[in-house]
Design a protein around this ligand. Structure first.
Ligand code: FEO
Length: 175
């Protein structure tokens, strides 16, 4: 059985992961509307991964005999000034998610909940990748600046990103 404070915090994180999915889907729609299909693809894949993250929390709470309670998901923004502004937003958002995961780990340690601490370690590693992949695109966009041919090259590159979420094992695995 899981500690009530921990259960509440895990449910909050489930909501934060659903918000991430919603945010990235909104970014996908934005890119679609400005005809950057490769960027839109990257965001769609990212949104799927966030859903997979949310389901990991869902499954874990149930597995520990806790109760999943869903809350309203906030409305994400729908407009950005440039592809760089979008990816800076992604990077910033992932840094915030990292701090949320770290707070959960602190709580698990404080509650001496070793199972939850162990469960959360997958997310600790995942956040390193999440921040790095967002920052990689930020840096590329900064390099190309206002050059449209550079932007289309990045768009073509981001079109290659395939979904790993569906191939992921239920516990751990995909990023
Ligand atoms: Fe679920 Fe992007 O962290």
């Amino acid at each position: 059985m899981i500690d009530q404070r921990m259960e509440k915090a895990l449910n909050r994180q489930l909501n934060a992961e659903l918000y991430s999915a919603y945010l990235y889907l909104s970014m996908a729609a934005h890119f679609q509307s400005v005809n950057l299909a490769g960027f839109a693809n990257w965001m769609r894949v990212q949104a799927k991964e966030e859903l997979m993250h949310a389901m990991k929390f869902y499954d874990y709470v149930n597995e520990r005999g806790g109760r999943v309670t869903l809350q309203a998901v906030d409305k994400p923004p729908s407009r950005w000034d440039s592809p760089l502004a979008v990816f800076e937003n992604v990077y910033q958002h992932e840094q915030k998610v990292t701090s949320l995961i770290n707070e959960l780990v602190d709580l698990a340690v404080e509650a001496k909940d070793h199972a939850t601490n162990n469960f959360l370690q997958w997310f600790v590693s995942e956040q390193v990748e999440e921040e790095a992949s967002a920052d990689e695109v930020v840096q590329k966009l900064k390099l190309v600046g206002d050059d449209p041919s550079g932007l289309f090259m990045i768009d073509r590159e981001l079109a290659q990103r395939g979904s790993t979420a569906s191939a992921a094992p239920t516990e751990g695995g995909a990023e």
